[in-house]
Ligand binder design. Structure first.
Ligand SMILES: [Zn+2]
Length: 448
């Protein structure tokens, strides 16, 4: 034995590394020290003794894959899960979401909802996420409580929003938020103008200046509905993408959520600016927004991640289920079953999303020197027997409920389907009380 002892090691029947060569180890061994992966190799008898880990996990009958990355969500909306179905986006947003938010959203509610969402994401295998909402300081506190990796963007709109009477105040608070979390090991502040249709040129220019000054990334909803595209052409004579480019806002540090509808000149804009894309298939389907042509965007060389969007329009934060929808949609859209295979889809939710967030050298695959964020899902139990292909099994058969173990920065965060550092007991009363309050306000709104 010549190696320094490992903090943690595991053996699993399948390790999907998602590295550049797409290697799958059957069985595989992963060794972890100081929060990073130090060894990934085919498992051989006696390895645990040779490496002498402080803790060893025998994950036989498990698929191990990199921690999933949810590229677009709004965790603060956690208590608005399924508030009302079957409404078009504009009615849903203006007559349900915005009034509910005006009446109910406080810093305390955002903390509770974010904590709840992070619990649900961790239990279903998501270790990193991109969030846009109000009171992101509260989301940051929840992220620190659970240790998840969070890209947090305080939402900026030109209209008054919870806690922010106008865009000027919003920008001032945003600057304070950026300063207080810059250099944080797991929380990354980002810019989050809500959408081109809710932000004036002036606001977008101010955000561009902040983006350059602090070297930040940004996320924004773009071209989610055809109505948005038409309205922008009417008001500005440009598509939202053309407008963002003309304001100097669009580049490879921007993650555009949705991108369902593209205008005539948008492909050239995308080829020049090369933004990342956060594809939200279930939210787009449920709101009847349309289908993002992910295959075309990827053929153009854009990096695409997968997001759940909020539970108000999904109604789940389960990235495993989201992957299945993403894969099936491209096959149907192109009438071609070879589009978006299972392995490629897992790549979107891991290595490609990491690259789109500028973290490709740190996250998104199981490789030596990367941060040790790994997930194990159980296979070959009677309910889902048999598993012939681990990629297809993960994407098409399993759901986030099959996740048994999550390793976050080298620590076991979920074991045997339970959170190790579980906040449920301390939060449950508040969660129940807040959900009831949301239910009452929703009834009041529906009565008009
Ligand atoms: Zn969204």
């Amino acid at each position: 034995m010549n190696q320094e002892p490992l903090d943690l090691a595991l053996r699993a029947s399948h390790v999907l590394t998602m590295n550049a060569s797409g290697r799958c180890l059957t069985p595989g061994f992963v060794g972890i020290r100081d929060g990073r992966i130090v060894s990934v190799e085919p498992y051989k008898q006696g390895m645990e003794a040779a490496w002498n880990p402080k803790r060893f996990l025998a994950l036989d009958r498990h698929i191990v894959f990199p921690g999933l990355i949810n590229a677009h969500t709004h965790l603060g909306m956690g208590f608005f899960r399924g508030i009302e179905d079957d409404l078009p986006l504009e009615t849903w947003l203006k007559e349900r979401v915005f009034p509910l938010e005006a009446a109910l959203v406080t810093e305390e509610l955002v903390y509770s909802a974010s904590l709840l969402g992070m619990v649900q994401m961790l239990l279903s295998g998501t270790t990193t996420f991109v969030d846009m909402y109000y009171f992101e300081e509260a989301a940051a506190r929840a992220a620190e409580r659970l240790g998840v990796r969070a890209f947090l963007g305080p939402g900026v709109l030109d209209m008054p929003t919870p806690g922010v009477p106008d865009a000027e105040t919003g920008l001032r608070r945003l600057e304070a938020f950026i300063e207080s979390y810059s250099g944080h090991p797991r929380i990354t502040p980002i810019l989050a103008p809500h959408a081109p249709y809710t932000c004036s040129d002036r606001t977008l220019k101010a955000l561009r200046a902040l983006k350059e000054r602090f070297g930040l990334r940004a996320t924004i909803h773009v071209q989610e509905t055809s109505g948005e595209l038409q309205e922008s052409l009417r008001r500005f004579g440009k598509t939202p993408l053309e407008r963002l480019e003309s304001l100097g806002f669009l580049d490879s540090n921007v993650l555009c959520a949705h991108m369902v509808w593209l205008g005539a000149g948008d492909r050239e804009v995308l080829e020049r600016a090369r933004p990342g894309v956060a594809h939200c298939p279930n939210s787009n389907l449920k709101l009847g927004s349309g289908v993002c042509n992910v295959a075309e965007l990827r053929d153009m060389g854009l990096l695409v991640g997968i997001g759940t969007d909020s539970v108000a329009s999904n109604d789940s934060l389960d990235m495993v289920r989201e992957m299945k929808t993403a894969a099936l949609l491209q096959k149907a859209l192109h009438a071609d079953p070879s589009r978006m295979g299972a392995k490629e889809t897992l790549g979107l939710a891991t290595s490609e999303a990491a690259k789109a967030l500028g973290m490709g050298d740190q996250l998104g695959s199981i490789e030596a020197f990367k941060r040790a964020d790994l997930v194990a899902a159980e296979i070959n139990t009677v309910r889902d027997f048999p598993c012939h292909d681990p990629y297809a099994h993960l994407v098409y058969t399993l759901t986030g409920s099959h996740v048994s173990t999550v390793i976050l920065a080298g620590e076991v965060a979920v074991f045997d389907g339970r959170l190790v550092n579980d906040p449920t007991e301390e939060a449950l009363d508040t969660w129940q009380e807040t959900a009831s309050r949301v239910g009452r306000e929703l009834e009041r709104l529906k009565k008009g």
